[in-house]
Design a binder for this molecule. Structure first.
Ligand SMILES: Nc1nc2c(ncn2[C@@H]2O[C@H](COP(=O)(O)OP(=O)(O)OP(=O)(O)O)[C@@H](O)[C@H]2O)c(=O)[nH]1
Length: 542
């Protein structure tokens, strides 16, 4: 669980995730925008294509209506020219075969609106259409009109009628003749059926007042469609031609292409469900999405591999830090030649480690060195003496410890001052260091008290020589500014070559020797062989 967790926290994972996210964003963004543009273009193309088909259909219907009007006009003129009375119209209508082919029915009415002739049924019941608006309009305008879709008073069928005023030989209005178009089987039906687009698309015609003139669902003919402001139909009725996007009542998104007719206040429209119109786009979208997903996965893997490679120096750096912490490597491994950010970081680590090492050395020096004389201090001596004893035990060689005390040092301080006292201590330390061998270790314990550890002695008697040499080193007077001062010292030496002697025993033996020298008058040394219980007193001059 934990490695998985740290995997998700890793920089590699974050970078790879970022690459994938950016690619997804760019891919889906670019793909989405391209698809949107393609869809919009396709919509325009489809709409234009459908509109040009509608224009053909509209022209056909306009021509059909115009032909029908012309036919009725010709009929009216013939009646006028021949001065036929209304009573003879039935015979005349029946004689016109073209009327039967062109219209569902043709009827004639007198000025009072009473039926006087009916092409299809000479015994038709005597109806009156005086109240019908198209009748009144024809008389008022004295020219033919096309009615809105209505229910026929004679047949009860949904029809549209085309009227033509009738005159006698003197040109006086005597009635009207009208031709009815059956809206359930209009003459332009075949043409409209041929134009049906797409499996779900359908054509319909609606009058300017929203009443349906033609619809594949015949039950809707004569129904008033919803043309409230903001509806698709409202938009279609308000413009001569064009296309709109919108939702049908049942929520289906459609492309509505429409065109207004020339002969009559009708709009022919094609409702085209976008689902079928863009069926091909759906599959393109799916394929594009799949392609983007595959590409993103490949890019993600590639990004992972590249990131891993790019971050290898960082992994190496981490290894170096671990190795240095564990003492398996030196800080020099940080000093790489790379000329990039990782190189800079590694070298910065190197510099930092160098400074830290230096600081540690300085701290160690401060902690183990006497500030005044530069000799080892008590802390160093305490750590060093047991090691020296252990070394001596291993080598079997004698080891000696000398404790030195400057004689009457307090007098120097008191008579010449503390600074002069310091000078004496510094010079005393210098002479001590010069008098002993490189293998011997000198330290200042405190005040005017010094120690020397002598290692690698050939025999205990060698200490006689060394003790004398130290006293001799102090013979020359100390120059303290303008004053020359003789400085003497007392030395207590403990020497042993038995492995079992410990630090306390040795210190005690050296102290005893020193005490003996002090008691005997100072300026000399004494050697105390540990275990031998013998104190040898040797004069200051050796
Ligand atoms: N100038 C100076 N004096 C110090 C320092 N440390 C300790 N002293 C003085 O050294 C003197 C040590 O005196 P003692 O060792 O007790 O006496 P002494 O005069 O040497 O007498 P004996 O050892 O018996 O000969 C004291 O007066 C301390 O104040 C130091 O770092 N510098």
């Amino acid at each position: 669980m934990r490695p998985l967790f740290s995997f998700f926290l890793s920089f590699k994972f974050k970078i790879s995730a970022l690459i994938i996210a950016l690619l997804l964003f760019a891919g889906i963004g670019a793909g989405g925008i391209s698809l949107l543009i393609a869809e919009s273009e396709l919509r325009q193309i489809l709409a234009r294509q459908e509109l040009s088909l509608l224009t053909g259909a509209a022209a056909f219907i306009d021509n059909d209506l115009q032909n029908k009007r012309q036919l009725l006009k010709a009929l009216g003129e013939e009646i006028n020219d021949r001065g036929l009375p209304l009573a003879e119209l039935q015979t005349m209508l029946e004689a016109h075969e073209t009327l039967r082919d062109t219209f569902f029915n043709v009827n004639a009415f007198d000025l009072s609106g009473n039926l006087v002739a009916s092409l299809r049924d000479r015994n038709a019941r005597r109806i009156n259409i005086a109240e019908r608006k198209y009748f009144q309009d024809t008389l008022r305008l004295q020219e033919g009109v096309i009615s809105p879709p209505i229910k026929s008073a004679l047949s009860g069928q949904p029809v549209v009628v085309i009227t033509q005023p009738l005159r006698d030989a003197d040109g006086k209005l005597i009635g009207i003749v009208l031709g009815a178009i059956d809206l359930l089987r209009p003459s332009f039906s075949a043409q409209l059926d041929a134009l049906r687009s797409g499996a779900d698309g359908y054509l319909f015609i609606v009058a300017g007042d929203g009443v349906t003139v033609h619809h594949p669902d015949k039950a809707r003919i004569l129904e008033k469609a919803d043309d409230a402001p903001g509806t698709l139909l409202d938009a279609a009725l308000r413009t001569p031609e064009g296309w709109e996007d919108g939702l049908l009542d049942d929520g289906v998104p459609v492309l509505l292409v429409h065109r207004h007719l020339r002969e009559v206040d009708w709009t022919i429209a094609l409702s085209y469900p976008l689902r079928s119109a863009f069926a091909s786009m759906q599959s393109v979208r799916l394929r594009a999405l799949l392609g983007a997903a595959v590409l993103t996965a490949c890019a993600g893997l590639f990004g992972w591999a590249i990131t891993k490679k790019l971050l290898r120096p960082l992994t190496k750096l981490h290894e170096h830090v671990e190795n240095i912490s564990a003492g398996r490597a030196d800080i020099v491994v940080f000093d790489v030649a790379r000329r990039d950010e990782f190189g800079d970081l590694s070298r910065a680590f190197y510099g930092l480690s160098q400074r830290r090492e230096q600081a540690e050395q300085e701290l160690h020096h401060l902690a183990t060195t006497d500030v005044l004389t530069g000799l080892n201090n008590r802390r160093m001596f305490d750590a060093f003496l047991p090691q020296a004893l252990a070394r001596a035990a291993r080598s079997g060689q004698p080891v000696a410890l000398a404790i030195l005390d400057v004689d009457h040092f307090k007098d120097i301080n008191d008579t010449l001052g503390h600074a002069a006292g310091d000078q004496v201590l510094v010079e005393f330390a210098r002479r001590l260091s010069a008098a002993v061998r490189a293998s011997d270790t000198v330290a200042r314990l405190a005040g005017d008290e010094f120690v020397i550890v002598f290692e690698q002695l050939s025999c205990p008697a060698e200490m006689d020589v060394l003790g004398k040499r130290i006293l001799e080193a102090m013979h020359a007077p100390f120059a303290l500014g303008s004053v020359q001062r003789v400085v003497q010292a007392s030395i207590g030496i403990a020497v042993t070559h038995s492995a079992g002697v410990d630090v306390e025993e040795l210190m005690r033996a050296a102290d005893q020797a020193l005490y003996g020298v002090k008691t005997a008058g100072r300026n000399s040394f004494a050697i105390n062989a540990v275990g031998a219980e013998r104190v040898a007193l040797v004069s200051g001059r050796g």
